[in-house]
Structures are given as structure tokens and as C-alpha cells.
Design a protein around this ligand. Structure first.
Ligand SMILES: O=C[C@H](O)[C@H](O)[C@H](O)COP(=O)(O)O
Length: 231
């Protein structure tokens, strides 16, 4: 069992009868979805809500009960991966470009567990990746200009050849922006939240309750101050 599987199996022990479980997106979240499928086969009743079309299809293929996001007000447990985790359990997410659904689920969750291996640990957010910023398509130039005023540099994310723009499942464009080190993440988070035309961005601050870290032969749990252990 690799580190991603280990943390996913551990997270699955927090699922209990009747829960609404939020499904993350990415290779680590996939292991959690597989672990849920095992619980479902064993007869545990729960339902799922997905953070992306991809996860929704995976859940469907595995026969997991699911409800659509617009039917949900609160989520009992949301389990997802992350691209970066800083020591205060701030996350950077969004390499998969489904930021809106992911942050909605994170905010609506009673418990948000983040599954990572050691490669995701950083000293500060933005160390390994640009900050993904999901923008309304007609607003992207205005938003980019506002981000440049903050010192940001970057451009629209492209996929599979230079002419194709990444479009989120929400129909938005993604700007990947690098900001000066002097701009601390708390300030950046607030500034990004305040720019008109920004749909969502990849900084997840004060949202995760715990990080489950896959280490050699085990799982290390790091609970946030806000993170009473899910039970
Ligand atoms: O948008 C994508 C999500 O933020 C993923 O959770 C993140 O990219 C981590 O993916 P993985 O588990 O494949 O490293």
C-alpha cells in the first residue's frame, strides 16, 4: 500500500452511517473514493456529493449513492487532496481546476480532512506552484490587471497545446499567478477575495480540520486548532 492509499484508508475510518460525504478530486482523493466503495459493499449507508465531474463519474461507476451539489446545505465529512500544505494547515489547491466546488464543500463541511504525502509540505503557500485563480471569462483581463497591481505575474492556464485554454467545469478560465514573497498569504487571500470577477482561488485558509500525512509505514495526523477530531 502506498502513502496515498494509507491516508485514504485512514480517512475512510471517519465515515459513519447516514453521512453526506464530500468527494475530492485527484489521485489521492481517488483512493478515498475506492475505500468508500468498499464500505458501501459492506453495507454501510451514506451518500456522496462530488467536487468535480470526474469524481462524480468515478463515484457513479463504483455504484456509490450520490446527490448533486445543489441539493446540499451541509456536508458531514469532506476528504480531498491538496497541492501544497503549509505548517498552519493553509492549503493550495486547484491543479485540477475545480476550485468553486472544492471550496464550497470545504466551507460547508463539518469536518474537512486533507490527504497528502510529504511532497506536498511547504514552508509557505506558493513555494512550488503558482496560485490558481478562477475568473469569469469576460473579466479575465480586468482581473489580471488587478492581480498585476498586487505584484502578480502569470497568465491563463493552457492545456494540450498552446491554443487551448483550460476551462473549469464551472465554465471559467484559470489564471496561474506568482506573487512576490513579501505578500503574505493571509493578505493575499483577502485581496483575492475582494477582486470583482474572481470566481474563486486556490488558497484554502482556515478551512481544513486535519491533514493526514502519509509517512514511511504509517499516517501522521495533524489537527488544526479548529479541528476537534471527527468522530
Ligand atoms: O484541483 C485539484 C485538487 O486540488 C487536488 O486535490 C490536488 O491537485 C491534489 O491532487 P493529487 O492528489 O493528485 O496530488
Amino acid at each position: 500500500m502506498n502513502a496515498k492509499q494509507r491516508v485514504a484508508e485512514r480517512a475512510a475510518t471517519f465515515v459513519s452511517e447516514g453521512m453526506v460525504v464530500g468527494l475530492g478530486t485527484g489521485s489521492t482523493a481517488d483512493y478515498f473514493i475506492q475505500a468508500l466503495a468498499e464500505l458501501h459493499r459492506e453495507g454501510m449507508p451514506f451518500t456522496t456529493v462530488s467536487s468535480s465531474v470526474v469524481s462524480q463519474i468515478k463515484a457513479h461507476d463504483l455504484g456509490l449513492p450520490s446527490i448533486s451539489l445543489d441539493q446540499v446545505t451541509t456536508v458531514d465529512l469532506y476528504v480531498d487532496g491538496a497541492d501544497e500544505v503549509s505548517p498552519d494547515i493553509t492549503l493550495l489547491k486547484g491543479q485540477g481546476a475545480d476550485l468553486v466546488r472544492e471550496k464550497l464543500l470545504a466551507k460547508a463541511s463539518r469536518h474537512f480532512l486533507v490527504l497528502v504525502d510529504e511532497s506536498k509540505l511547504v514552508r509557505s503557500i506558493g513555494q512550488n506552484f503558482a496560485i490558481p485563480i478562477e475568473v469569469m471569462p469576460f473579466a479575465w483581463r480586468m482581473v489580471k490587471t488587478q492581480l498585476e497591481v498586487l505584484g502578480g505575474q502569470g497568465d491563463l492556464r493552457r492545456i494540450a497545446g498552446k491554443d487551448n485554454l483550460m476551462i473549469s467545469s464551472h465554465g471559467s478560465l484559470i489564471l496561474d499567478m506568482v506573487f512576490p514573497d513579501e505578500l503574505d498569504v493571509a493578505t493575499l487571500n483577502e485581496r483575492l477575495n475582494a477582486i470583482p470577477g474572481v470566481v474563486e482561488h486556490g488558497i484554502f485558509k482556515n478551512l481544513a480540520n486535519a491533514v493526514f500525512l502519509g509517512v514511511a509505514g504509517g499516517v501522521e495526523e495533524r489537527w488544526a486548532d479548529n479541528g476537534d477530531e471527527a468522530s
